[in-house]
Design a protein around this ligand. Structure first.
Ligand SMILES: [Zn+2]
Length: 584
């Protein structure tokens, strides 16, 4: 009895003194593009502690230095100023003097409207927690509370964050810091609607005018979210939030555990390929709620918010997702077979005509995303390959190989299910590149040594004829032997020089201005001036380089680009084809 009482006393005192972190976000003058953040740390009682602003936002592999938007940081205890000191680019030391309630106040300048950053202006506010909320490293796994005080004229807050139990107004509680910053927030007078599919209530928040029709969106987004769920047979969310920014330009999307932000052209919603592109973006980001948010490489969680997080598996996370974002539109009945084949062919044509595909293995492309994919320059096309497009072709090849080897019993869907069940559900962890390979081997019964050596860690070309042959399809490759300079231009100015071409061999440079070809002043498309000329003939190019006029003589080489044609000669579908492409 006494013992029990003692335990109860300990329990109640520890409950009373549970460390609490809460943030209050306000934007009283939205036209100035500033948020005010008040971070309260209660019952921590340290001589000093460090608070840090993430340097990157998960899903977008670039160090963005979010601390650069922070200004005017102060810390107080009972309105008494505490000493603060900045100790590195994103860390502030708070000399708390064992105070049991420290309030840290700072402003965040936010005027970058993208899916991965934060923004506020007179029309609305949108933020990602990674550019707003500082963290205390050892307290990352404790609940983090958030109160939002919208600008006085704004009535709505849209986010997937759970509401704080017993809270008033816009009060939320994230179970940990990761979920706090993985839940973007839209504040304003956005149009909102809901739809239910796959047993999940989906909330949609529409910022910005656009030519959308809510009923059509409910139907089509319902089909897409159902098709994604059908791959896994289970949807881990009860609720899911789409924040959609309708703007004058297209900006892509960013995935989160229970939500996504999409940035789209406001006129994208009329029937046609642009609208299908929007639905493909919906499929892409929704598929990520499994693939990368739950099925994830070991390097991507728990996140290190202070540094780059390196993984050689983005070809699975982004590439497989890119394969499925098209395939699922076919399964959902939005694409017909001709459209989906066009997409697959398009991806193959893209990668096989990019010189960088012969230089950078897709595993390296993943690993170096931080310094290459996210920081392209004029030579990127020659030296890199996208883990999105190459990864989607890898997925396509694997899907056909697995279906063929297992005689239609298994497909890439089973690989996704295995990753989800084994590593997320059962082991609760991320997987290594070797475990990815083993999963492919387990599901398919194929030995994947050579595949990884040649196509993942190497740059060999897939045997498209054999692999599409499994599905009874014929592949024809037509090589363009017309001559070409091998540059891309803006006006007459060279923007890119492609590896192995006339311009590359002959020494034309990026930023050279082409004035004349063989004595003729260039006015229009430069290809007009060499059209029909024989391979090997020399051509004299008058250029301006850094305002110095000079002549470069170079041999005309064949364009050499390949076009892939994939067709079904017999018109019949074999069993592999049926398993691969079947509408449900
Ligand atoms: Zn993605």
């Amino acid at each position: 009895m006494k013992k029990l009482l003692f335990i109860l006393l300990i329990l109640s005192s520890s409950l009373l003194h549970a460390t609490n972190i809460s943030y209050e976000v306000s934007m009283n003058e939205p036209h100035t593009h500033y948020y005010n953040v008040k971070m309260s740390v209660t019952d921590y009682e340290k001589d000093y502690f460090d608070i840090q602003m993430p340097v990157w936002s998960p899903g977008s592999y670039l160090v963005r230095e979010f601390a650069k938007g922070v200004e005017g940081l102060t810390a107080t205890f009972n309105k008494k100023m505490l000493k603060t000191e900045k100790i590195n680019k994103n860390t502030w030391r708070i000399y708390a003097e064992k105070a049991n309630n420290v309030v840290i106040n700072y402003n965040v300048y936010a005027f970058e409207l993208s899916v991965r950053t934060s923004f506020v202006d007179a029309s609305h506010a949108y933020f990602n927690g990674t550019s707003m909320f500082m963290f205390i490293d050892e307290l990352r796994n404790t609940p983090h509370n958030l109160t939002i005080i919208p600008f006085k004229d704004w009535k709505k807050v849209s986010t997937s964050l759970p509401k704080l139990k017993g809270g008033k107004g816009f009060q939320y509680q994230a179970p940990d810091y990761d979920i706090l910053v993985d839940s973007p927030v839209e504040i304003g007078n956005q149009v909102t609607f809901d739809f239910t599919s796959a047993g999940v209530v989906h909330h949609v928040a529409m910022y910005g005018k656009g030519n959308y029709d809510i009923e059509t969106l409910k139907t089509d987004m319902g089909k897409v979210t159902q098709a994604c769920t059908d791959v896994f047979g289970v949807n881990p969310n009860k609720e899911y939030t789409f924040i959609i920014h309708n703007l004058t330009h297209f900006g892509g999307g960013l995935e989160h555990l229970s939500s996504t932000t999409l940035e789209v052209d406001r006129w994208t919603y009329s029937e046609g390929s642009a609208y299908k592109g929007f639905l493909s973006l919906v499929a892409h980001e929704y598929f990520h709620l499994w693939n990368v948010k739950r099925i994830r490489p070991q390097a991507l969680g728990p996140f290190d918010y202070n540094n780059e997080n390196y993984t050689s598996l983005l070809w699975v996370m982004e590439g497989f997702t890119s394969y499925y974002d098209e395939l699922l539109l076919y399964r959902a009945g939005i694409y017909d077979e001709e459209s989906i084949m066009k997409k697959f062919k398009g991806s193959i044509n893209n990668i096989e005509n990019q010189p960088g595909n012969k230089v950078q293995p897709v595993a390296h492309s993943s690993f170096d995303a931080w310094i290459k994919a996210y920081r392209p320059n004029e030579n990127s096309y020659n030296t890199t390959i996208s883990y999105y497009s190459k990864g989607s072709v890898v997925a396509n090849m694997l899907d056909l190989m697995i279906i063929n080897k297992t005689k239609g019993k298994k497909s890439l869907d089973n690989v996704m299910q295995h990753l989800y069940n084994e590593y997320y559900k059962k082991q609760g962890r991320g997987f290594t590149p070797d475990e990815m390979k083993k999963t492919l081997e387990t599901v398919s019964g194929l030995n994947m040594d050579a595949f990884f050596e040649k196509y993942i860690n190497g740059t060999q070309t897939f045997d498209y004829k054999t692999i599409f042959g499994y599905a009874g399809l014929t592949v024809d490759i037509v090589v363009d032997d017309n001559v070409s300079l091998g540059v891309s231009t803006s006006g007459n100015k060279i923007k890119k020089v492609y590896r192995g071409t006339s311009a590359y061999v002959g020494g034309l440079n990026v930023n050279d201005e082409i004035l004349a070809i063989d004595g003729y002043r260039v006015h229009s498309d430069i290809s007009d001036y060499i059209l029909g000329r024989p391979i090997g003939e020399e051509v004299s190019i008058l250029i301006s380089r850094d305002d110095i006029i000079q002549t470069i003589t170079l041999p005309l080489l064949a364009k050499g680009s390949k076009r892939f044609f994939i067709f079904n000669e017999s018109g019949k579908k074999n069993s592999v084809h049926k398993k691969w492409l079947s509408q449900k």
